[in-house]
Design a protein around this ligand. Structure first.
Ligand code: AVI
Length: 321
């Protein structure tokens, strides 16, 4: 089994709750319209539900991206070369990572994820599958500044940002993140990034509102997490999941809709919502080819190649620092 070293870069309070989670929940419930950042979906339950989503027939992004990694392994190997340290942003269960590793033979792997349990399990899995590969698991929020392990500093780097997670950020935040990672990975770095394409609205909405209700459970788990970790008494049974396409912003929006007037407490603070009022819980932006290039350039990366010959449409883009 390869070497696995775990590094933790999140700050918890005396109750063991992530300080930023508490602050974001109160800020989000106090503003109008109410909104809580999507990164708080991913506690252990939320991460497991997201893995279930990726296996749903309606949720095409995982299948489309996996197909691109399989189909273009030789071209990826040629364009990226061997021996890079792969830094994966929001690695989750790292299911696509082995496909990339088989193509490019990396020299080290640094999965970065906010969900510590998931991160440690998947890092251990990868290390046993690729013996001799040093794995440095970093438990951190990749949207903030992350300190890379010293050991990989001298190595050429590849940022790997699959799954269209960039789409969960508004453009300004996405550009900030790309600039941050441009600085962290340094000169000579490459970035392989997955972006979802704009497509038929019915297909998009089905992908985010599946008939089995897995995405609904994923969305509602945010309220359950608030109750669990912040001592809330939100009546989760009085909320519904909604996923709608917003054409102006080219994104799927997820909301938690109050089915009736509700009042609840979180941390001793009281909140009220009128029937049909929503908590905006996620944006999932979709990009045309030009939009994606523009975003990368604004973030300090120059696109080198892209692969998108897959249906439903999805793109893998390779860019250089
Ligand atoms: C993680 N992220 C890219 C997913 C997406 O498609 O925006 C999260 C998700 N939300 C609902 N289904 C999947």
């Amino acid at each position: 089994m390869g070497v696995v070293r775990n590094l933790r870069q999140v700050s918890a309070d005396d109750a063991g709750v992530d300080v930023a989670f508490r602050a974001d929940v109160h800020a989000g419930l106090s503003q109008r319209p109410k909104a809580i950042p999507a990164r708080w979906f991913y506690d252990t339950t939320g991460s497991a539900l997201f893995e279930d989503i990726t296996a749903l027939p309606e949720y095409y992004p995982t299948r489309s991206e996996t197909e691109l990694l399989r189909r273009h392994a030789v071209e990826l190997a040629e364009a990226i070369g061997a021996g890079r340290a792969v830094v994966e942003l929001g690695s989750g269960s790292s299911t696509k990572t082995p496909l990339l590793f088989e193509a490019i033979a990396p020299s080290a792997y640094v999965p970065v994820d906010i969900s510590g349990d998931f991160l440690r399990d998947s890092a251990a899995g990868l290390a046993s599958r690729f013996p001799g590969l040093p794995v440095y698991a970093v438990e951190a929020d990749f949207t903030q500044r992350v300190e890379l392990p010293r050991e990989i500093c001298p190595l050429p780097k590849l940022g790997f940002f699959p799954g269209s997670t960039i789409g969960n950020m508004v453009a300004r935040t996405a550009v900030d993140l790309l600039r941050n990672w441009r600085a962290t990975l340094g000169d000579g770095a490459l970035m392989l990034i997955g972006v979802d394409r704009i497509k038929d609205v019915a297909l998009l909405e089905r992908a985010y509102d599946d008939p089995a209700g897995v995405t609904a459970a994923f969305n509602l788990n945010l309220l359950e997490r608030i109750n669990r970790e912040l001592g809330g008494d939100i009546p989760v049974e009085n909320f519904s999941h909604r996923a709608v396409w917003n054409d102006v912003h080219a994104r799927i929006e997820m909301h938690l809709v109050a089915d009736c007037d509700v009042e609840f407490g979180v941390d001793g603070r009281r909140y009220a919502m009128a029937k049909d009022e929503t908590i905006h819980s996620e944006n999932s932006h979709k990009y045309g080819p030009r939009d994606a290039s523009l975003l990368l350039r604004a973030g300090g990366w120059t696109p080198l190649a892209s692969w998108d010959d897959v249906d439903p449409a999805f793109a893998l883009i390779l860019a250089e620092a």
